[in-house]
Design a protein around this ligand. Structure first.
Ligand code: NAD
Length: 473
């Protein structure tokens, strides 16, 4: 069985501790690789390499940094089939889905590569006799901690932005999906695109992530993962007064107005909670439908879910045995709470091998139940009718999360009212998951702090220094 090690300073790094943990293919529920468990000393080695490299990389002409990022983008596209195969083994997701995610990973490097030569600061007019400006500078070494649901995609969105902004990076991938990250970074090393130490990968689980976030030479942290872990990482950074971007969980509402194109809305709501088996932070797992079209909506929803279930290509497994059990437990709890099960995939349709769970839709009256209140991270949705838009808004905002929201309909007044009053960092109107690498993402409330993606993210990876030069005129 293949063993994977960290990648530091342009080469494979074998931890003296020689400890490993297993990695699984969730499609088969079988062990595939061994991944090295890094110690705090290993983290120190990775951060030291990144700190050495940051002196040159941060001062390099930005245009040249951009050029390097474009080469990485091209490298990803040149190897997209292989990387997608690896990602598919890592996560169990169908290869076609993995290919799409890999192409987006390449786009992140292209997009952030394009930004490097943009404005590096602003001139501020404070009157004759002074020259005043803001200089934008990289932080130094950024620690990036990623989750498992879209491994290379999430890696690219933070790493490309951090590198473009002139930082060097130590990334700790999820312990469940480290292999594809290591394969990609190995390709980058082999192609000699970046100077040694500019990009490093340290493998390991929570303790390794914690050692990385708290390292004194990590100047900024980018964390993507659950709210519970995000709070721990946030506390580490608060203690050291260290900037941190937290991209955390969600429980996003998808609101269907009375004057909607019903077929389109049902298809969008289905996609919103079933993509990647519901293992998407912005999944639309709370669906609110106007009472006047509720019965028709239900009928179409069941029909579309039945069709979806019958194709093997539409099934993705849950990432780990533990997470699989957690999703099944939520389904049982919902049933025990007496919630009406509108839809549950037929046993015959759910793949029997691997960590697959049925798709389930519960009908609920409000948010006070285990299905509406928790981020389940499986394709389980809560469906609720509403009469009045204000009641719907109140229900939609009645959660500690605030990551994303969807709206379906044509009534501009109602749409604008919802857009202005929903507590969500990203809103999709008539097209769930619309947009690309250009639009910023970042949650409100417990869903996070700061933004990833877009120009806003690039700015977040730099600090601003104000300079006033007094002139003797
Ligand atoms: P997780 O919080 O369990 O783990 C995320 C990462 O943190 C992993 O690399 C893990 O090893 C590391 N980690 C664990 N304990 C740590 C600690 N004490 N200190 C530092 N690092 C630690 O999350 P997960 O299960 O991998 O991912 C699923 C979660 O991520 C969901 O809640 C999902 O909504 C969220 N997510 C959010 C976004 C977003 O953009 N907002 C995107 C993808 C996933």
């Amino acid at each position: 069985m293949k063993s994977y090690h960290s990648l530091i300073d342009g080469q494979e790094y074998v931890s003296p501790a020689q400890e490993f943990f297993p990695d699984f293919n969730p499609r088969l529920a079988e062990q595939t690789h061994l991944i090295a468990q890094s110690t705090t000393e290993d983290v120190n080695v990775a951060v030291a390499a990144a700190a050495r490299a940051s002196i040159e990389w941060g001062k390099l002409r930005p245009l040249l940094r951009g050029r390097a990022l474009h080469k990485i983008s091209q490298l990803i596209m040149d190897h997209k089939e292989n990387l997608a195969r690896m990602e598919s083994i890592n996560t169990g997701k169908p290869p076609a889905t993995a290919i799409r995610e890999i192409a987006i990973a390449a786009e992140y490097f292209e997009f952030f590569g394009n930004l490097t030569s943009q404005s590096a600061g602003d001139l501020i007019d404070i009157g004759e006799g002074s020259h005043c400006f803001n200089r934008r500078e990289p932080y130094g070494v950024v620690g990036v901690i990623t989750p498992w649901n879209l491994p290379l995609n999430q890696l690219a969105r933070s790493v490309a932005a951090a590198l473009a902004a002139g930082n060097t990076v130590v990334v700790k991938p999820s312990e469940h999906t480290s292999a594809s990250t290591l394969e990609l970074v190995k390709l980058i090393f082999e192609a000699n695109i970046l100077p040694s130490g500019v990009l490093n990968v340290i493998t390991g689980a929570g303790a390794t992530g914690s050692a990385l976030a708290s390292h004194k030479d990590i100047a900024k942290v980018s964390f993507t993962g659950s709210v519970a872990t995000g709070k721990k990482v946030g506390a580490i950074c608060a203690e050291a007064v260290k900037p941190v971007t937290l991209e955390l969980g969600g429980k996003s509402p998808n609101i269907v107005l009375a004057d909607v194109d019903l077929e389109q809305a049902v298809a969008g709501c289905v996609k919103g909670f079933t993509s990647n088996a519901g293992q998407v932070c912005i999944a639309g797992t709370r669906i609110y439908v106007h009472a006047s079209i509720y019965e028709q909506f239900k009928e179409l929803l069941v029909k579309q879910l039945k069709t979806l279930d019958q194709s093997a290509d539409n099934w993705a497994p849950i990432i780990t045995g533990q997470q699989y059990q957690k999703v099944l437990d939520f389904i049982s709890e919902g049933e025990k709470e007496g919630l009406n099960v509108l839809y549950k995939s037929d046993n015959a349709d759910v793949p029997q091998k691997g960590w697959y769970v049925p798709r389930v839709v519960f009908e609920v009256a409000n948010e006070r139940n285990c299905i509406s209140a928790n981020e389940i991270f499986g394709h389980v949705a809560a469906l609720t009718p509403y009469e009045d838009i204000e009641d719907c808004l109140e229900l939609a905002n009645d959660t500690e999360f605030g990551l994303a929201a969807g709206i379906w309909g044509n009534n501009l007044n109602q749409i604008y009212h919802l857009v202005a009053n929903l507590d969500a960092g990203q809103i999709f109107v008539n097209g769930y998951f619309a947009g690309g690498v250009e639009n910023p993402l970042g949650g409100f409330k417990e869903s996070g702090l700061g933004k990833e993606k877009g120009i806003e993210a690039y700015m977040n990876y730099q600090r601003s220094k104000n300079v006033v030069i007094s002139l003797a005129l």
